[in-house]
Design a protein around this ligand. Structure first.
Ligand code: XUL
Ligand code: CO
Length: 438
């Protein structure tokens, strides 16, 4: 078969002194870090929508890139050309996973029965392509935000008919995910939220979202889906207020509605920052609750208030991300590049440069995070910071063996406590810089 990216070779690892733009400087798949290969630490995934569908359109202008891949857009030939392009792309970069929405795969027909027939056809084609490769599906999802019928949400909609239609799409997307062997299934609540409380029954909407999730879990398990369901939190955009605001909010929701055994979180860097947190914050909150499942790898722009979905180049952020991931013992999911080329980066080379950048950034983050852990100074500082809790009293409190009255008596004998000890933030930040730039 003729290559689509004819001018792009298989991307080799050449090391940090290489100036070849079509080579990895840090991502060395077989290099062992803390006892595991880089490729196992970093199950990278290609996002079908950004890489094979999005072509630079924004609110003010049409496509800049040509993503026809030699076929007429809006046809099944084009859907197949995207599969061909995607698999060639993944093979050339050594990417082992892909993620998709239902409508990324085929042109949507007016009649959903025809859309579903096309989905059957394309998933057969993808399965055929997967044969003889080690490329797999990381997660699937249904797009329940693009079509005007979802203007008031899918699980949260006011229309019971739209709700049933959403359920139909979800069932099909689950069928496809299972057919393609997906490790996970994502719920991103794109329009599950509100513009104004004047017309919104928040409690009613949230209960209905939970019911749809329960039905999806029941159905998924009944067809043999053993992977994780994920909520992908995001505070706003497209809605003014989205219910899955951040990791803490999503965890509370999952627990309230008894979904926490089947769900974990898919944390996207740019969503965490839109919620006013660091990426690391939402990773930590997920991890300490046993719910850090997967990551949408990208970054935002602090000067802009929206979801820019940039390819990650911030090594500091990637290092702190990998620090959390290593401490979590890895992910059940992977690192999906929910990232897009900037509009003026419209060539085929740019598609590759973007993924090389993202993969190298996370590889460097992994190397540096492992060095931080091996160095041990951060861990030792945190251990020492809480060392007063190793006392008899500290142990009693931790074991729920004391009372407010007993603490009162203790404090009365003690008098005023000493200051709790310096937080040493600047010293610790210096250690991070020292290791990053060693
Ligand atoms: C939107 C977003 C989605 C989800 C999947 O901000 O991140 O692409 O990842 O629906
Ligand atoms: Co995402």
């Amino acid at each position: 078969m003729k290559e689509i990216f004819e001018n792009i070779p298989v991307i080799p690892f050449e090391g940090k002194d290489s100036d070849n733009p079509l080579a990895f400087k840090y991502y060395d798949a077989d290099r062992v870090i803390l006892g595991k290969k880089m490729s196992e630490h970093l199950p990278f995934a290609m996002a079908w929508w950004h890489n094979l569908c999005a072509a630079g359109t924004d609110m003010f202008g049409r496509d800049t890139a040509d993503k026809s891949f030699g076929a007429e857009k809006g046809t099944m030939e084009h859907a197949k050309a995207k599969v061909d392009a995607g698999f060639e792309f993944m093979k050339k970069l050594g990417i082992k996973y892909f993620c998709f929405h239902d409508v990324d795969l085929v042109p949507e027909a007016d009649d959903i029965k025809e859309t579903n027939r096309r989905l059957d056809e394309i998933s057969d084609y993808i399965l055929e392509k997967m044969k003889g490769t080690d490329i797999k599906c990381l997660w699937g999802t249904a797009n329940m935000f693009g079509n005007p019928r979802f203007m008031n949400g899918a699980g949260s909609t006011n229309s019971v008919d739209v709700y049933a239609f959403a359920a139909k799409k979800k069932k099909k997307a689950l069928d496809l995910t299972v057919k393609l062997g997906g490790r996970g299934y994502v719920f991103w609540g794109g329009r599950e939220g509100y513009e104004t409380l004047l017309n919104t029954d928040v409690k009613f909407e949230q209960e209905n979202i939970a019911k749809l999730m329960h039905m999806a879990v029941d159905y998924g398990r009944s067809i043999g889906f053993t992977g994780d369901f994920y909520i992908e939190p995001k505070p706003k955009e497209p809605m003014k207020h989205q219910y899955d605001f951040d990791a803490a909010t999503a965890i509370g929701f999952l627990r309230q509605y008894g979904l926490d055994k089947d769900f974990k979180l898919n944390i996207e860097a740019n969503h965490a920052t839109l919620a006013g947190h660091t990426f690391q914050h939402d990773l930590r909150i997920s991890a300490i609750n046993g719910m850090l499942g997967s990551i949408d790898a990208n970054q935002g722009d602090t000067l802009l208030g929206w979801d820019t979905d940039e390819f990650p180049f911030n090594v500091y952020e990637a290092t702190m991300c990998m620090y959390e991931v290593l401490k979590n013992g890895g992910l059940t999911g992977g690192f999906n590049f929910d990232s897009k080329n900037r509009r003026p980066s419209y060539t085929e080379e740019d598609m590759f440069y973007a993924y090389i950048l993202g993969m190298d950034t996370f590889a460097l983050g992994l190397i540096k995070a492992a060095e931080l852990i091996e160095d041990g100074r951060l861990d030792r500082f945190v251990e020492q910071k809480y060392s007063s809790w190793n006392s008899e009293l500290g142990k009693k409190i931790r074991n729920n063996e004391t009372t407010l009255e007993e603490l009162f008596r203790y404090a009365e004998e003690m008098g005023a406590p000493e200051l709790p000890g310096s937080g040493r933030q600047e010293y610790l930040e210096g250690i991070v810089n020292n290791i990053l730039f060693k």
